[in-house]
Design a binder for this molecule. Structure first.
Ligand code: ATP
Length: 506
């Protein structure tokens, strides 16, 4: 965090006013790093999906982008389940970490309603906790001497309640509101009729525009729609730097396919997304793909996995970077139901063959595979992975960022600010900037000692430094210093551009 602040990667939002909990800004280096991550996603997911590979259907993967708004019709969130799911007061179990809808929880109490100093037993109807807790309550108060009442009508104190799957009294927290959606008002009057929400995810914008995309472009199932943008969640406890923020950026894809092919596509995306994170520098044991157990899955899902990274604050555990979910046709079904719009896809490559040789077309709601990544968590993981302390160096901290992601691609230094070196350096700097500005910044620096300048670039994660020295003037070669090894080699002054292009994979 200190390096992020010192070098202008990440700052606390509104810092001069004391900061604002759950919000972070990106400085000059951080905003470029994040842009590079966003672009890497866009290139590898939209422009050349999966690096040009074919999908399980044997054809190249096809994806198109959309850019949808933060504020949508409130019914969007009703259909998606965010209003219902996020609105209800919940109670948490301190022992098992289970969370229950407050209005779903019942308690077994004695006939009189007053347990005295004995515990009462909470359960959720139709779940194993019901029979188990009943048995314990009968043991405590006598068989046939108990009744059940909603938790909401049980008077205090809470310290007497044993949570449905717990052992000890006091394991259940008081109900808390968990509506994670930020509320706002549209228009000048700002009455309750004008309530709208800031989106808690970018995915719903895709489902809502699915029909328009199908009707106005030539996409055919299977295909994906990607959406990148800011989402908001009024997280109860924002923490761990940018990991759990209240405003963050998501890069989400919904890949629409025929139900019969959905499991194959799920596996395809799950594996590709894992490979992708590896390709930009998150290799090794710190990255895992965790497949959810059957009982963790939503009722409509045939598979979900998370790409997880071992952040310093989660270690030895892992934190989610991206979730890849088989969502079935749940979302399109919901939006079709709530909006009344017909969202079925007419698949003219399937369906009954008519005597005239044409197909009738099969109508169905496509199934969806959703790789949903977080760019802020991505940036944080990249920084954590790149952060290295090499005590053998005078300035031990460096960021070994992948060249594709590094905010500054290279720096040019005159060894000393005299003898014509600054002029040669300036010419090379201009030449490299003209050639590589699309990839990122090329820096020029002539202040301080050469060692300090190298150290500054090491901390910024700049992979290569080119130094103009005495030999450049006589032999037309420059010193190239490699960030990770600290080693130096010489290349021809006129070969520097090609050297850098090769290193950047261009
Ligand atoms: P978590 O369980 O950590 O709250 P989630 O499962 O709710 O995350 P999703 O709804 O699957 O997250 O969102 C997809 C991605 O969006 C996550 O993998 C993560 O990278 C990012 N994300 C979600 N919530 C936050 C947040 N509060 N701050 C930063 N990134 C987030």
């Amino acid at each position: 965090m200190a390096l992020c602040k010192r070098r202008g990667f990440i700052y606390q939002a509104s810092e001069i006013y004391g900061g604002i909990n759950g919000f972070w800004d990106y400085g000059p280096l951080g905003s470029q790093l994040k842009k590079n991550l966003r672009e890497a996603w866009w290139q590898d997911m939209i422009l050349r999906p999966c690096w040009g590979r074919s999908g399980p259907n044997g054809a190249p993967v096809r994806c198109v982008p959309v850019e949808t708004r933060i504020v949508q019709h409130p019914k969007v969130w009703e259909a998606s389940g965010h209003i219902a799911g996020f609105n209800d007061p919940m109670v948490d179990c301190r022992e098992t970490k289970g969370r229950y809808r407050y209005d779903h929880v019942m308690v077994y109490v004695p006939e009189s309603g007053d347990p005295g100093d004995k515990p009462v037993f909470a359960y959720v109807g139709d779940q194993p906790s019901e029979a188990r807790q009943k048995k314990k309550a009968e043991k405590t108060f006598g068989a046939g001497a108990i009744k059940s009442v909603p938790l909401a009508s049980f008077p205090q104190p809470w310290g007497r309640i044993i949570a449905p799957d717990a052992e000890k009294p006091g394991s259940l927290t008081e109900p808390r509101q968990f509506n994670l959606m930020f509320k706002t008002y549209i228009g000048a009057l700002a009455t309750e009729d004008d309530v709208a929400y800031l989106r808690p995810e970018t995915a719903q914008g895709i489902f809502v525009q699915f029909k328009n995309v199908v009707d106005t472009t030539r996409v055919k199932v299977p295909f994906g729609i990607g959406n990148v943008g800011t989402s908001f969640r009024n997280e109860v406890t924002p923490r761990n730097f940018t990991f759990r923020s209240r405003e963050f950026e998501q890069a989400e894809l919904e890949f629409f396919c025929h139900p019969d092919e959905s499991v194959a596509w799920y596996k395809f995306w799950r594996d590709f997304r894992m490979e992708w994170w590896k390709s930009i520098g998150l290799a090794g044991d710190n990255l895992i793909l965790r497949e959810h157990e059957k009982d963790e899955l939503s009722h409509y899902s045939q598979g979900t996995s998370d790409v997880e990274y071992r952040f310093p604050f989660t270690a030895p555990g892992f934190g989610e970077l991206e979730g890849i979910a088989h969502r079935g046709n749940y979302d399109l079904t919901q939006h079709q139901k709530v909006s009344g719009a017909k969202l079925e896809y007419n698949d003219t490559e399937r369906g009954e063959l008519l005597p005239n040789g044409q197909r009738r077309g099969e109508r169905y709601l496509p199934h969806c595979i959703e790789p949903a990544a977080g760019l802020d968590r991505g940036v944080l993981a990249l920084i954590c992975e790149a952060y290295t302390k090499d005590e053998s160096r005078p300035s031990p901290e460096l960021l070994k960022l992948h060249p594709r992601l590094a905010p500054i691609k290279a720096a040019v230094f005159p060894l000393v600010a005299k003898d014509g070196m600054p002029e040669v350096a300036e010419t090379l700097h201009t030449e490299l900037t003209e050639r590589f500005w699309r990839q990122g910044a090329i820096e020029m620096d002539e202040k301080q000692s050469i060692g300090k300048r190298y150290a500054r670039m090491d901390e910024a994660g700049t992979p290569f430094c080119f130094t103009i020295d005495g030999d450049t003037l006589t032999g037309q070669t420059v010193t190239v210093r490699d960030r990770d090894s600290g080693q130096q080699q010489r290349v021809g002054l006129d070969k520097v551009g090609d050297f850098l292009a090769a290193k950047l994979g261009l």
